[in-house]
Design a protein around this ligand. Structure first.
Ligand code: ADP
Length: 475
């Protein structure tokens, strides 16, 4: 800067008084201060004063000064230079600090975005070490607490074994004392509300030492890491607890259902049996027939219930074999009705199938079981002497089969939940024999056949309406 100012001074020397050249050198000081800070600008001021005096102030080429006014000019130059240097250097520091803060903010924002993407505790550690390592250009290691010890869970640029010294540093950090090794390796505890949940290590040897700004950034990153890990750990614990509660709920529903549904028919059968035995030959034929029929009904109910349980287990274990082929809907309906014959004694069944209905892709046994379960429900949940309607029609490349009853229908908020296992909508429903498995099986079977089943209510009157959709068979 001083050299440039001197060259310029030579150029304008003929037209300007030597004392006024101070302005040229002052400009040089100002630029140095703005560009390089306080000390370089003081250096420029000192150099400037010497060169200006030696080359331009009379007598030329000597350090002495003739004119007392020039001494004043020189002093003034020094004072103004100092003020300018200080102000400019301050400005420079401020703008650098602002730039650094902006950079830190951006990096923190990027970090939080990166860790927000990680859904599970498994994905989080690699993302953390990669982001921190890349941000600070250093090696990053993340150790998480497992039981009483620490376990290395991720590393950048790669996961590696810690040596004995590093391990003891990490352990000290795990106990709450941050430690560093020869200013190279730095281990910091990850503190959360539940104590220290792990340790973050950065190895500075790749990038020499960290700048103060970077250290500040690192300590914020450590805090954020702790929060992120704790959050995911909590979320997973809650999920697990929820899953356990759900399993527990299902298990107790199943136990209640099984004990109730096994017991009711068995009690009836046993009562009928002991009555038949105690009455012996004295029993009149009508009573005998009634007792036998009742026992038979209940035995069948028991059989259906156990069949449902077996179907469900097979569905869940994925062992169910599905034989898809072209099926005549009418055949399946007829077969289901024949099986349900003794259930529909107090109801009327109206079947309405168009004669030109195409065949569907299905498994006969499964489709028949679905229809049977729907008819069983229609009879169970609609009052006596009402009609159960079974119809079908073509819709694009599928066939829709409907089963409609004339009962109270299904509450609008339950049209999906009734397909859950052990779901029983209303309290009264629990009084009727049933397991809450029938519809779950229907849905499972239809999924296995590539079809769907939905529940709703009739538009024309009260009553439930179940719709089955199956693809048309093009074989
Ligand atoms: P289950 O009949 O053994 O209880 P399902 O899975 O077949 O089990 O049915 C689940 C629940 O859906 C029933 O308990 C009942 O509340 C309701 N539901 C099923 N079918 C009907 C229907 N046709 N009308 C009214 N509610 C029904």
């Amino acid at each position: 800067m001083v050299v440039v100012a001197t060259g310029f001074s030579y150029l304008i020397e003929p037209i300007i008084a030597p004392s006024n050249l101070s302005l040229v050198y002052l400009t040089a000081v100002l630029f140095s201060a703005l560009r390089y800070g306080l000390w370089p600008s003081i250096m420029a001021a000192t150099l400037g004063v010497l060169v200006w005096n030696y080359l331009f102030l009379p007598p030329k080429y000597s350090m002495t000064i003739d004119n007392p006014q020039d001494v004043l000019a020189l002093l003034l130059f020094l004072i103004v230079s100092l003020v300018v240097s200080n102000l400019a250097a301050l400005k420079l520091r401020q703008s650098r600090a602002i730039a650094a803060r902006a950079k830190t903010t951006t990096q923190l924002y990027l970090f939080s975005q990166e860790i927000a993407v990680a859904g599970s505790l498994k994905d989080l550690p690699p993302i953390i070490t990669r982001t921190i390592g890349a941000m600070l250009n250093c090696e990053a290691l993340l150790l998480l607490r497992v039981g009483n010890g620490l376990e290395l869970s991720a590393g950048y640029p790669q996961k590696r074994e810690l040596d004995a010294v590093e391990l003891s540093l990490a352990q000290a950090a795990g106990n709450g004392t941050p430690g560093s090794l020869a200013g190279r390796l730095l281990f910091m505890p990850l503190r959360s509300q539940r104590g220290i949940i792990g340790v973050l290590g950065v190895d500075r040897s790749l990038s020499q030492s960290l700048l103060p700004d970077e250290e500040r950034l690192l300590s914020i990153l450590v805090d954020q890491t702790a929060v992120a890990i704790e959050r995911t750990q909590l979320a997973e614990t809650i999920d697990l607890a929820r899953l356990e509660a759900e399993t527990e709920r299902l298990r107790s529903a199943m136990l209640t259902s099984i004990s109730h549904d096994l017991r009711t028919p068995l009690t009836t059968i046993m009562a009928a049996h002991s009555m038949l035995r105690s009455l012996g030959v004295s029993c009149d034929p009508a009573t005998r027939r009634e007792l036998f029929e009742r026992a038979e009904d209940e035995a069948e109910r028991l059989d259906r219930f156990i069949g449902n349980l077996i179907d469900m287990t097979q569905l869940e274990s994925g062992k169910m074999k599905v034989k898809l082929g072209p099926i005549e809907v009418g055949d399946a309906v007829e077969s289901a009705l024949a099986r349900a014959d003794h259930l529909v004694v107090r109801h009327t069944v109206a079947v309405d199938l168009p004669p030109d209905l195409p065949m569907v892709m299905a498994d006969f046994m499964l489709l028949e079981q679905v229809l049977f379960n729907l008819i069983d429900n229609a009879v169970k949940y609609a009052p006596q002497d009402t009609t159960v309607g079974i119809f079908a029609n073509m819709d694009d490349d599928s066939v829709v089969i409907g089963v409609a009853d004339q009962g109270d229908g299904i509450p609008s908020d339950a049209t999906e939940t009734i397909f859950d296992k052990f779901a029983r909508v209303k309290f009264e429903d629990r009084q009727r024999p049933g397991t809450g498995l029938g519809l779950a099986i229907c849905r499972g079977f239809l999924q296995a056949m590539g079809g769907t089943i939905t529940a709703g209510n009739r538009q024309d009157r009260s009553g439930a309406l179940f719709l089955i959709r199956l693809a048309i068979s093009n074989v």
